[in-house]
Write a protein that binds this ligand. Structure first.
Ligand SMILES: C[S@@+](CC[C@H](N)C(=O)[O-])C[C@H]1O[C@@H](n2cnc3c(N)ncnc32)[C@H](O)[C@@H]1O
Length: 202
């Protein structure tokens, strides 16, 4: 007998547009707390945020003095990100693009951030594989992502071991997988297994 596993549903840009059309900020207006904890030791410069959504992390980084580029395929999310930046008196550059087509190697980034962007594995492997070239020497990669509870979700919600392989030869400053309590807007509330990586190009 063969068993089949149902793949995690694809969530295209219209799914995210619909979520971001709701009132308020789906993940809050405050930055992700793991990013916040890394920030004091991050070298200022050009920052790229992958799957930025409604702008909470991009605006936070811009307020710290980073020159921020935010990429997302949700027009609605990026419009809210621009409005949030304006409200805080900072500028961010927004690029509406699917990460599957996005090339980050045209620039030398001091920081690349991926907070709950959860692209599928082929996209992650290509993008995270570019990190060792597209990060400036000494530049950092900061990631937090959900870890799937069941094997069918591993493609989009992989554990730390998979992610560590995908980022290639970066120097790990912090790498942890744990069950923790999220409190970020309406959609990230309660216990969640996550992977956190803070890594640096030598
Ligand atoms: C869970 S939300 C997280 C948003 C934001 N990083 C945060 O933490 O507030 C996932 C985000 O990734 C974006 N995203 C997912 N897949 C993407 C893809 N293939 N290309 C571009 N953006 C994508 C979605 O539009 C959404 O904004």
């Amino acid at each position: 007998m063969t068993t089949s596993q149902t793949p995690a549903p694809l969530k295209g840009s219209s799914y995210w547009d619909a979520r971001f059309q709701e009132q308020g900020f789906a993940y809050g207006e405050e930055p992700n707390d793991f990013l916040l904890s890394c920030a004091p030791r991050l070298t200022r410069g050009k920052a790229l945020s992958l799957g930025e959504g409604e702008g909470r992390n991009a605006v936070y980084l811009a307020k710290l003095g980073f020159e921020v580029t935010a990429v997302d395929f949700s027009e609605v999310g990026l419009q809210k990100a621009q409005a949030l930046a304006q409200q805080h008196g900072v500028q961010i550059q927004c690029i509406c693009a699917d990460l599957k087509d996005f090339d980050m190697s045209h620039e030398s980034w001091h920081l690349v951030v991926s907070v709950f962007s959860q692209p599928e594995s082929a996209v992650r492997q290509r993008l995270y594989g570019q990190l060792s070239q597209s990060l400036h020497p000494g530049g950092a990669f900061v990631l937090e992502s959900k870890v799937g509870a069941d094997p069918s979700g591993k493609e989009r919600y992989p554990g730390l071991n998979v992610l560590r392989q995908e980022i290639g030869p970066l120097h790990l400053i912090h790498a942890r997988e744990e069950e923790r309590v999220l409190s970020e807007g309406r959609y990230h509330q309660g216990p969640q297994r996550t992977a956190q990586i803070w890594a640096q190009r030598n």
